[in-house]
Design a protein around this ligand. Structure first.
Ligand SMILES: C[S@@+](CC[C@H](N)C(=O)[O-])C[C@H]1O[C@@H](n2cnc3c(N)ncnc32)[C@H](O)[C@@H]1O
Length: 331
């Protein structure tokens, strides 16, 4: 909701800016109508239509846009805040429902990430660490442990699906320090301490099978965090990102997943292998050095769409991108 205090602040500012107008602030009436319309039904769609209206010169003419640029910027900021809150709330509801697939097993992880995943998992030893981010029921991880896997396993997700809670707790008991499941928070809100980064070290493998990066509203931060948490020569495996819209101004010919491939390959000190499958790309990023900087990218917008699982994130990258992926076709 846009609060009464905000409306008062907006009104005061507008009145100050139109003191010399004999006809008074017609603009104010229009803007207040929009605010009332939104506050009566504070949904993402309504906030979004106000946001469009605020920059539409047929509704607020150019002279008014210029005269009232300051209160307009304020109002746009509040509307943006409302849109972000609505997105978060919608996302939280969906994550809580857990209606999507949450029980992929090891075979499915291998199918999704290609042979590099299996090889790398097989090479992990006792001190190595595997983080499965957006783990759902952590079926793959529990299978790995059942098969005698040596690495220390940490699963994390917004919520353990209710029908797997007992099995997850039983596995934690059985494997003690070798298996933990962190739940109840967005990935971005889990602290380094909870991830055990200082005590147990960084991760040798991070998997994200339609997990955090698929749903997050903070894509850039979460991807950067994964890379920071990865050990040298460690691998980050993640599935295709259908909600990611990336414009690359210096590589205009590369849109859609071709753009995403180029962009990911442009991260410093990372080598990227893309496994193409019938269901889309899987990305395996290997950390080849410290300080992994993402290509300079502007965050534009983020929203959820009814009936679609993936969060839609719009990004724009202006600079040149150096680096190319290795592409391996799986099917
Ligand atoms: C589609 S399920 C996939 C589960 C598992 N990887 C599998 O394939 O069976 C998505 C998982 O990601 C988790 N998730 C999505 N976004 C998250 C976020 N930002 N922080 C923590 N968990 C998240 C959900 O709670 C859920 O466990």
């Amino acid at each position: 909701m846009i609060t009464d205090e905000e409306v008062a602040e907006f009104e005061l500012l507008v009145k100050q800016l139109c003191q010399d107008l004999p006809e008074g602030p017609g603009f104010l009436e229009v803007a207040k109508m929009m605010i009332t319309y939104y506050n009566d039904d504070p949904t993402y769609t309504n906030a979004s239509s106000i946001q469009n209206a605020l920059t539409n010169t047929e509704i607020i003419n150019l002279t008014e846009q210029q005269r009232y640029s300051k209160p307009l910027a304020l109002l746009q900021g509040w509307v943006k805040r409302e849109m972000e809150a609505a997105t978060k709330e919608h996302l939280e509801g969906r994550l809580r429902e857990n209606k999507f697939r949450t029980g992929s097993d090891l075979d499915e992880y291998e199918k999704a990430f290609g042979p590099a995943f299996n090889e790398h998992l097989g090479s992990l030893v006792g001190r190595s660490r595997w983080l499965d981010a957006g783990a759902g029921k952590a079926v793959a991880m529990r299978q790995y442990l059942e098969k005698g896997g040596q690495a220390k396993c940490l699963a994390c997700s917004f919520e353990i699906p209710g029908d797997a809670l007992q099995q997850v707790r039983a596995a934690e008991e059985k494997y003690g320090e070798q298996f933990r499941y962190l739940q109840g928070k967005y990935f971005g809100n889990v602290s380094d301490e909870e991830f055990g980064l200082r005590e147990e070290g960084s991760f040798n493998l991070i998997t994200d099978l339609n997990g955090v990066l698929y749903y997050t509203t903070t894509f850039l931060e979460d991807l950067k965090r994964y890379l920071d948490m990865l050990a040298l020569n460690g691998k980050l495996c993640c599935t295709h990102l259908p909600g990611l819209y990336l414009t690359l101004s210096e590589h205009k010919d590369l849109s859609g997943r071709f753009g995403v491939r180029k962009w990911l390959a442009g991260i410093t000190n990372v080598s990227l292998t893309v496994y193409t499958t019938l269901i889309g790309d899987a990305y395996v990023l290997t950390k080849t050095g410290e300080h992994n900087e993402l290509p300079a990218t502007e965050w534009k917008q983020c929203y959820t769409v009814e009936g679609q699982n993936a969060t839609q994130t719009i990004l724009s990258c202006h600079g040149p991108i150096i680096g190319d992926p290795t592409i391996i076709k799986l099917s």
